[in-house]
Design a protein around this ligand. Structure first.
Ligand code: HEC
Ligand code: HEC
Length: 305
């Protein structure tokens, strides 16, 4: 950009400068509502710095640094290993209709451009994904194709969850209609697969006293929890998700630049995601050593009531 040309076209007088500077100083002190970006700041639609985007749009619910928030943990290597990158992008684009997770894509009425959503996806993957060791095939993110059995899920719940989530237990209940009405089946499924390592809930590898929960076990548990929700709300979540899936398949092949970092440098050569699309299966390049996924103490922040 030719700065000198712009300078030449506008030559303000000295007194004009003094006057405007004075007004600006006054205004900075008195007129602007707090938090309003000053003239020197980048316009919100041009921000592509991950930390800024995440801090401004996501941290309030998902926690500063992606954990310890009232909403689901995102800064978790196990979660990011199970979640296909395209699905992460789709969740950010469309949100979770009917819950407090809004759509972020401008084309869906949200505030962010495709470029900014790319920056979020890449930032989350590059900063928070780490190699994870899976002894066996890990569960698929969506569990598509597995039908849950609510009766069996109830038995599993008594076996694997009751100690922490039963009445009077130290963690809140997750079987109340008011709680399960607020969350989608996917959110319940995600919770069972990856737990809440930031708040002390173990993941699917440890929930059953060290025995891995199968895809079927997880589907059964979700079916049980889901059965506590009024059918109308479940139908609303399902039709919203179907609409998103349809809209997504219509978009396939569109938007270039989506895979900016797909073949990325991959820290240590092991980070490239091997579970795109299917979200399942052994042999993922991500199946490496797992560190930093230990459960820490509990917290009363948000979560189930
Ligand atoms: C107002 C609160 C709120 C804000 C802000 C918010 N989220 Fe969410 N988010 C939620 C809730 C609630 C859910 C779970 C919804 C459900 O029940 O499926 C969720 C779900 C998600 C999930 C999927 C979790 C799963 O089930 O696997 C991802 C990923 C996510 N959000 C990322 C983001 C990102 C990135 C941002 C910022 C651009 C963001 N969220 C901003 C509330 C929020
Ligand atoms: C060792 C204790 C423990 C066990 C066992 C346990 N949970 Fe949890 N669970 C927690 C804690 C702690 C939280 C976080 C509570 C909070 O948000 O304050 C939690 C949160 C949850 C949430 C909300 C997740 C979120 O991100 O807000 C769901 C859903 C849930 N648990 C379901 C289950 C199910 C289903 C089982 C059994 C398969 C189970 N839990 C077993 C301790 C446990």
């Amino acid at each position: 950009m030719d700065v000198s040309a712009r300078k030449r076209s506008f030559q303000p007088s000295r007194s004009w400068i003094v006057l405007t500077t004075g007004l600006l100083v006054l205004c900075a002190a008195a007129c602007d509502p707090p938090g309003k970006p000053g003239p020197a700041e980048i316009a919100p639609e041009n921000i592509v710095d991950f930390q800024t985007l995440y801090g401004q749009n996501c941290a309030a619910c998902h926690g500063a640094d992606g954990k310890n928030g009232p909403g689901r943990i995102i800064n978790d290597p196990l979660y990011l290993a199970v979640l296909p990158r395209d699905t992460l992008r789709q969740i950010i684009q469309y949100g979770r209709p009917g819950t407090s997770m809004p759509a972020w894509d401008q084309r869906e009425g949200g505030p962010l451009s495709p470029k900014q959503i790319n920056a979020l996806v890449n930032g989350i993957e590059n900063n928070w994904a780490k190699p994870v060791h899976f002894a066996t095939a890990f569960p698929s993110y969506t569990g598509q194709g597995t039908t849950g059995d609510s009766g069996r899920g109830q038995k599993l719940f008594l076996r694997d969850c009751f100690a922490c989530h039963g009445p009077g237990a130290r963690v809140g209940t997750v079987t109340g209609a008011d709680y399960v009405s607020l969350v989608t089946d996917q959110m319940l499924r995600t919770s069972i697969i990856v737990g809440r390592p930031d708040l002390g809930m173990p993941d699917y590898r440890f929930l059953n006293l060290g025995h891995v929960l199968s895809d079927q076990d997880i589907a059964d548990l979700v079916a049980f929890l889901s059965s506590k929700r009024p059918a109308g709300i479940t139908a609303m979540y399902e039709s919203a998700q179907n609409r998103i899936n349809e809209s997504q398949s219509g978009q396939q092949g569109g938007s270039t630049g989506q895979h900016v970092n797909e073949s990325g440098s991959g820290q240590g050569g092991v980070l490239t995601k091997g579970n795109e699309g299917s979200g399942t299966g052994p042999g993922s390049p991500r199946q490496q050593k797992n560190e930093g996924n230990k459960s820490t103490g509990s917290s009363s922040l948000g979560g189930p009531k």
